[in-house]
Design a protein. Structure first.
Length: 43
């Protein structure tokens, strides 16, 4: 797995949502500034 560096383009991902459906990143996010938090859940 490769880390992103400053200025890198975020890769296109499709993630399944817990409640159903999916979200495409970064396309489904609006605006110029984004913060994405990935939460693993319980250990």
């Amino acid at each position: 797995m490769t880390k992103l560096n400053t200025g890198d383009v975020f890769p296109e991902l499709t993630l399944n949502l817990v409640g159903g459906g999916s979200v495409g990143l970064p396309g489904d996010l609006e605006g110029n500034y984004r913060v994405i938090l990935f939460y693993r859940g319980h250990w």
